[in-house]
Design a protein around this ligand. Structure first.
Ligand SMILES: Cc1cc2nc3c(=O)[nH]c(=O)nc-3n(C[C@H](O)[C@H](O)[C@H](O)COP(=O)(O)OP(=O)(O)OC[C@H]3O[C@@H](n4cnc5c(N)ncnc54)[C@H](O)[C@@H]3O)c2cc1C
Length: 309
């Protein structure tokens, strides 16, 4: 792992920085590149603007690791309102939640009750996605996903290709006909759990992509969301899908709002299913630091904002 990435990921966990950074206008300005605004209404407006380009959306409210039951219920209530607002706006937007926001640190049962409320409010034709967080949460997240999948058909899970264990996890989930959003993984993980070299993370990503799109997965009706901005992996996915004879509208890519805009537009234009995840909320600091860590060149963007008007 590069020194810059380590420093940025360590910074993402600093409470002091989290309190200080949002006070600066240049930081807020730099963040706006990846986030249309702090309110769900800002996300709705951004989703509307993407619709004519045939780009769908998923919303996520930024925040993690809440400390008490009341807070977990507030987040749940917030998501219920968001689903109503999405329906009122006539958008096909889905949502993605972090289990630690729904109370996973307090109790699995509380978290599951909150999650159930959210999934019950969602239309059956749309998926409620569950984010994957740090490795210490993976087992419990998988347990909750399995529980949810036995109660509801429309729940999806994020899996991270940087973890050695993910291939086995995916194999064990396959019989459930899951919806899987495949990512590389955004957290700082030790070498005994995650591939330290980017090339191995990338190769594992492609291996898992093939598993998610192959004949067996298609027969099981797996929904695969290939969530990466990596041009090489996107090209390899397109080639694999063409070789397997999969129609373009059955291949789904997901990316983050504001990242690789032209690739998003190109994939949508070419007929692939293209979905952009839009984050909003005022707890954006750790999330933003993870975005900087993904591409240290983004740090220069922050610095440039320091000196521009
Ligand atoms: C829809 C979606 C949902 C996600 N959910 C989760 C989750 O639940 N759990 C989790 O751990 N991670 C999640 N992630 C983050 C993911 O793990 C990666 O950290 C992130 O997507 C960057 O990896 P990459 O696949 O784009 O490849 P990388 O190798 O990091 O990037 C490939 C190229 O994409 C571009 N790029 C990537 N990131 C940026 C950036 N921040 N700014 C500018 N350019 C960039 C650069 O050109 C870079 O060279 C999610 C990502 C997406 C797209």
């Amino acid at each position: 792992m590069s020194i810059m990435r380590s420093v940025l990921l360590a910074g993402s966990q600093s409470a002091w920085l989290r309190n200080q950074a949002p006070r600066y206008r240049f930081v807020r300005r730099a963040v706006s590149r990846f986030m249309p605004g702090e309110k769900v209404e800002d996300a709705i407006e951004a989703a509307r603007a993407l619709e004519p380009e045939r780009i769908g959306t998923v919303f996520t409210h930024l925040g993690e690791n809440i400390a008490d039951r009341k807070e977990s219920e507030e987040v749940t209530h917030h998501y219920l309102e968001v689903l109503d607002k999405i329906a009122a706006a006539n958008l096909s937007t889905e949502i993605s939640v972090k289990l630690t926001q729904l109370g996973l640190d307090l109790s699995d049962d509380l978290c599951y009750e909150n999650l159930k409320k959210v999934i019950s409010r969602e239309s059956m034709s749309r998926t409620v996605w569950i984010d994957m967080e740090q490795t210490d949460y993976v087992d419990r997240t998988l347990d909750i996903y399995r529980r949810a999948k036995s109660d509801f058909p429309n729940v999806g899970l994020c899996l991270q290709s940087y973890l050695y264990r993910t291939e086995k996890d995916l194999d064990s989930l396959m019989p459930l006909s899951p919806a899987i959003r495949l990512v590389k993984g955004a957290y700082k993980e030790p070498a005994d759990r995650a591939f330290p070299r980017k090339i191995d993370v990338d190769e594992n990503y492609f291996k898992l992509t093939c598993k998610l799109l192959d004949e067996e997965a298609r027969a099981l009706n797996v929904r695969a969301a290939i969530a990466t901005h990596d041009p090489d992996l996107i090209r390899r996915t397109e080639e694999f899908a063409a070789k397997e004879g999969i129609a373009k509208d059955k291949v789904e890519f997901q990316m983050l709002y504001g990242i690789q805009r032209s690739a998003q537009q190109r994939l949508a234009r070419d007929g692939y299913r293209m979905i952009v995840l839009i984050s909003y909320g005022d707890f954006w600091f750790p999330w933003y630091m993870r975005r900087l860590a993904e591409r240290p060149a983004n740090v220069w963007f922050v610095v440039k904002n320091m000196f521009s008007g």
